[in-house]
Unconditional design. Structure first.
Lengths: 343, 376
């Protein structure tokens, strides 16, 4: 762990710092312009309203760090809300049975996609696209209408507030924070995390170094599937309903958050804290538009598009300056080829 | 030149499969046919159309009513025309090794722009005004394609990401143009593009035919197709070989933008209105699907325009079939998921190598397996 600074050159922090600066500027501008904007609760509300997106974006970060992409997240979120609602209402299942089931299902869906991507060498883009169609289609086979949830546990999760020093957050925010902390630990301090960076940097080298490419690659899609399902559970807390049209286009928001957070889309470079900042930037944009009242909702999309453009060009400039080197191998990984290749 | 590349390509397809050493000589020709890239797409399309015959006996009937051609099959082509156009542009982009996610947004922007200009006209039936509006919308689509191309070929951004920008921002732009409302117009010249008839044929079919013919002429009767495939195979190597690979990529994205623009005009003209939010929603995914079903690999390096057209028709026929046989339309997505999975698996060399190494080359039965795997 002591060699951490050697494989994290400071140039790599530039995108994350840029995102932080952007967030500060946007928040400052909002606070100057609108009276109640400076209130701390506004920042907390950004988390309350985007807890599910944060969880989904964490899963997406893993996938993008390996150089892949997962388009199925929005549909898996919708499927989770739909399935939870239908099981709770129509089948009258208890919450402690529904929760593990939907989370397991999300993880299994991710596992299946990961296996197809790795073993059959089909682009992640097209496999997760199929997964997206599949999950969305399954939603509609359950029901085409919105199903309300009035389970007491779900209600309590939706209504209860965790108070801290005069402010409050919803329990979902705490769940999301736990997910972020666990994910940051996994990425920064475990073998799995470093394998993820290594594969994103160069899959071929990772394989030659004897890293478990197959296991890691399948794991990230499983993680993404699990995070999507958890995000779906949080969304169903937030909405108290299951609907096949929930979270349409959420995959784009998640990808945008990850990119704005400074993660390279080619994989191998980026930090989870950047993703958190990226989600906050998206949330603050929405908040500003809500506060203003005269701006129309489509400005959100245009601003996100412009930000994406700025950050992608920024990434290109940093890459062109040559600071982007392949990530170093985890110290613990065997450097010989004695370990059998993953396939 | 095109024949030569075809030969090379067929050889590669054979090389991709299992070893031919044990095959008896006489079976070579049949195997050649069985290996033809368009065999499976065509079979699927024919099967789909035939299955309709069971549910609607008069499915293949075509009649001329008031000088217009009517019939279910004609409808499939007519409603599939925008998808064919978008998929054509997408084929060339994918052949260069790229992808264009922004076509749905370009569809919405162009439809919105044309409808906005027409709704501002004093007389909405004035032909020159409508033509000017169409010209402006198409010019806009070229500019949007150029923007994508410049980002990818000029700045060097990954295609998925570069076009993601316009995909997200473009929906916003389309709504900005329409002011968040659905612009409805009442213009008979504009209506012709998407819903009109000309020489007894639906005009949209003629437009799709013309653009397809243009694409085939440009790519298969000149060296352009070969150059595109070279760039898709290896952009750097083809640059070193003296091909202006950046210019070729730029052209592919501009053409894709143009095709999406024409499709946008067609879609908005068919319903005489522009909806910034929903026009062309998810058409990029359908188009990519059509291209992949048609046998163009997503990795680039080769492409099949005929395959793309068949792929687009399969998707449209699938939707029509689902409507006519009374399956709830919501399951269309499930069908699509299964189709994408099966087609991709059959195309995947790794899958073929794993599955066909020990068995006779009969792809259909084994294609069932992955369905269950994804559906878990």
């Amino acid at each position: 762990m002591s060699a951490r600074s050697s494989y994290l050159p400071s140039g790599r922090y530039v995108p994350v710092l840029a995102t932080l600066a952007l967030l500060a500027v946007m928040y400052g501008a909002g606070a100057l312009r609108y009276e109640a904007f400076g209130d701390g609760q506004v920042i907390l509300n950004v988390f309350v309203d985007n807890a599910f997106l944060l969880v989904v974006a964490v899963g997406m970060t893993f996938v993008i760090l390996t150089g892949g992409i997962d388009l199925s997240v929005g549909s898996v979120v919708a499927l989770t809300t739909m399935l939870s609602a239908s099981l709770l209402k129509d089948q009258a299942w208890p919450p402690y049975a529904v929760l593990p089931l939907v989370l397991l299902l999300g993880a299994l869906l991710g596992l299946g996609m990961g296996c197809v991507i790795h073993y059959f060498e089909i682009q992640p883009f097209i496999v997760t696209l199929a997964g997206m169609f599949l999950a969305r289609g399954l939603c509609y086979t359950i029901s085409t209408a919105s199903i309300p949830i009035d389970d007491p546990f779900w209600r309590s999760m939706a209504d209860s507030k965790v108070r801290l020093a005069g402010y409050f957050v919803s329990p979902s925010v705490l769940v999301a924070l736990v997910v972020v902390l666990v994910a940051a630990y996994v990425l920064g301090y475990t073998r799995l995390g470093r394998n993820v960076y290594a594969i994103g940097g160069s899959p071929g080298s990772a394989l030659l170094m004897g890293l478990p490419v197959a296991r890691t690659r399948i794991a990230v899609y499983t993680i993404s599937g699990f995070c999507s399902a958890l995000g779906g559970v949080l969304l169903s807390f937030y909405m108290l309903s299951g609907y096949g049209l929930h979270a349409v286009g959420m995959e784009l928001d998640a990808i945008a958050a990850v990119v704005i957070g400074g993660t390279l889309l080619t994989g191998g470079s980026g930090y989870l804290v950047g993703t958190v900042l990226g989600v906050m930037v998206l949330g603050v944009i929405q908040t500003i538009i809500t506060f203003d009242g005269t701006l129309s909702s489509w400005w959100t999309k245009i601003v996100i598009g412009v930000l994406l453009f700025v950050f992608i060009v920024l990434q290109r400039l940093i890459a062109a300056r040559g600071t982007r080197s392949a990530p170093a191998a985890p110290e613990s990984a065997p450097l010989t080829l004695t370990a059998p290749p993953a396939r | 030149m095109s024949r030569e590349t075809d030969a090379v390509r067929d050889e590669r397809v054979v090389a991709d499969g299992e070893s031919d050493l044990v095959a008896p000589r006489g079976a070579g020709r049949m195997r050649g046919l069985a290996r033809h890239r368009l065999l499976w797409p065509v079979l699927v399309l024919v099967l789909l159309l035939l299955s309709n015959l069971i549910f609607t006996p008069g499915f293949f009937e075509i009649e001329v009513r008031q000088g217009h051609l009517y019939g279910s099959v004609v409808d499939i082509v007519r409603f599939g025309a925008p998808l064919i156009l978008v998929a054509l542009g997408m084929t060339l982009v994918i052949a260069t090794g790229g992808i264009d996610l922004s076509v749905g947004s370009i569809v919405a922007i162009c439809g919105a722009m044309a409808c906005l200009r027409i709704s501002d006209l004093g007389d909405q039936n004035e032909v020159t005004g409508v033509l000017a509006a169409i010209g402006l919308a198409l010019a806009l689509s070229l500019v949007l394609g150029l923007w994508n191309g410049a980002l990818i070929a000029g700045v060097g951004v990954q295609p998925i990401i570069a076009t993601l920008i316009l995909m997200v921002a473009g929906r916003g732009l389309a709504q900005l143009i329409t002011g968040g409302q659905i612009i409805t117009i009442n213009s008979s010249p504009y209506k012709l593009i998407g819903a009109g008839y000309w020489l007894t044929l639906p005009f949209s079919i003629l437009v799709a035919l013309a653009v397809t013919a243009l694409a085939v002429l440009l790519t298969r009767r000149t060296a352009l197709g070969l150059l595109i495939e070279a760039v898709g195979g290896n952009a750097e190597a083809s640059r070193l070989a003296g091909i202006r690979s950046r210019r070729i990529m730029l052209m592919a994205y501009v053409f894709c933008g143009f095709c999406a623009g024409v499709a946008g005009l067609m879609i908005s003209s068919n319903v005489s209105s522009a909806d910034g939010n929903n026009a062309g929603l998810w058409i990029e995914l359908d188009a990519i699907l059509a291209v992949v079903i048609g046998g163009t690999p997503l990795a680039g390096g080769r492409f099949s325009i005929g395959g793309t057209v068949i792929g687009a028709l399969i998707i449209q026929a699938l939707s029509t079939t689902i409507y006519t046989i009374g399956v709830p339309p919501e399951t269309t997505l499930l069908f699509k998921a299964v189709v994408v999975t099966v087609v991709c698996l059959v195309q995947s060399p790794a899958f073929r190598a794993r599955v066909f190494r020990r068995r006779a080359p009969r792809p259909l039965p084994v294609a069932e397996k992955p369905k269950a795997e994804v559906a878990r």
